[in-house]
Design a protein around this ligand. Sequence first.
Ligand code: IPE
Ligand code: MG
Length: 182
Amino acid sequence: MSTAVSHLSPEAKASLPQHVAVIMDGNGRWAKQRGLPRVEGHRQGAESARAIIRAAGELGVKYLTLYAFSAENWNRPKDEVDALMKYLVHYLKTETSELNKNNVKLEVIGQIYRLPDHVQEQLKKAMHTLAKNNGLTLVMALSYGSRIEIVEAVRGIATKVKEGKLDPADINEQAISQHLWT
Ligand code: IPE
Ligand code: MG
């Protein structure tokens, strides 16, 4: 069977990026151009994500970060947020065995605690199933925002200082990095 990687020259293979990040966007516009409801765009977006995950795995990319749902996306109409959560759960339920076959590991970043309980449960289940895999690491950014990540890191560090567990003089790059999501 021909795979994405079999088409590459040795030079191209050697220069593959370690980490690819994809910001999922334009689902709504894609649907609008076709006279379809926005949710149809989200469904198609999930299909595209599936193709990207498979290709990244075949190519030997080490990390693929998918920015699937931002912290700002909570401001969308409830129906749309619900539909996005539904697709996420559906994707996890139907694709985990395929991801497992392809040796994909799953990690999440973002305010996971803001996701509905059943979504968090499904994520945990999938991460558990895929935990031992060592091929592609798929990082799903959910309720993610770079500023909120910094806010939460600073809050975590400040709490440790207040509790006397951390000396302000020991706040260095490593300490900050330990409080970030990745
Ligand atoms: C990306 O597409 C999907 C999510 C962020 C959940 P959009 O929904 O942002 O689509 P546009 O930008 O309105 O076309
Ligand atoms: Mg958009």
